[in-house]
Write a protein that binds this ligand. Sequence first.
Ligand code: OSB
Ligand code: MG
Length: 370
Amino acid sequence: MRVTEVNVRKMKMMMKNPFTTSFGTFQEKEFLLVEAKDEDGNSGWGESVAFHSPWYSEETVETNLHIIRDFLVPIVLENDIEHPDEVNELFGHLRKNNMAKAAVEGAVWDLYTKREKIPLAQALGGTKEKIEVGISIGINEDMEQLAETVGGFIEEGYKRIKVKIKPGFDVHVMRELRKRFPDVPMMADANSAYRLEDLAVLKELDQFGLTMIEQPLASDDIIDHAKLQPQLTTPICLDESIHSLEDARKAVELGSTKIINIKIGRVGGLTESKKIHDYCQEQNIPVWCGGMLESGIGRAHNVALTTLPNFILPGDTAGSSRYWEEDIISPEVTVEDGYITVPTEAGIGYGINEHALDKYTIDTYQFRKQ
Ligand code: OSB
Ligand code: MG
């Protein structure tokens, strides 16, 4: 397969509601889309999950644009690619910048599966016809409002509630929510806001029977997480700390984590995601698919990945309408009774809503094979 043209779009979309984590609040989402085309007029799409500012990881929209334009696009235009798994190897000599790599690799996966006329899920080895989804809810200091939001999503059928926590917004919040929703699978995500010195608070969370606590300690740490886990009954799930199969193996061997959140962007693409999935399956470590407030394109990739068998726990891949007034895919991703039905069309399985796509595009960059 030859990729003959790559188009990159810088997008700006307003989210329906502001999203607050232990790092702050934002509502306007800027991100990049990558479109890879072949000589037959097929086109494949990928999304970069890097945010405007480097609060989640060091990557940003602008660093991704630089890496994609100056390093990754030339590689995919210059090489014959038989299978998308090769892209990960072709990028192997370039360090990190995983979100940029995943965006380009994702476009190649979509292009390849459209050419082959098979669904992306099938090409990845996925088996599920529908996937279970949970929902991630940002920090809201107004307890009544938060409880109402949680109740609304339970009503809608979401299979698991995840609440963001931070020091000072933790034990009382989980206690209140547990009181109101005693039987719902619930978890907390700290986005690295605690230190080992906060052990007493983290231990208090054990009483609420959470399915897991996500990334309580530093984003670049697996040592202190290994010290923390034996002192908690709640399983730790690492998010920010896992960038590769090697990271996953080390964290599992050290006992730093009992569950892994796989985000395609954070680990550098679908090929690496599959490897982490397979390793975790062998080790009896359940995985689930994380979210990065994606548009429909990134969301479609998440849906396809989640069809792999060891995605045992509900993911953060909520429906389009949880985030957007209007998504850039058609049909949008919809959730019924807590399930998304996996599309059976070729590639990512959702079409592009061209009108919306153009409406939210703020810049375009075009690259052609010389
Ligand atoms: O830590 O999982 C996270 C959103 C942005 C950055 C990091 C995270 C999140 C979420 C929301 O929790 C997931 C989603 O709904 O897409
Ligand atoms: Mg997280």
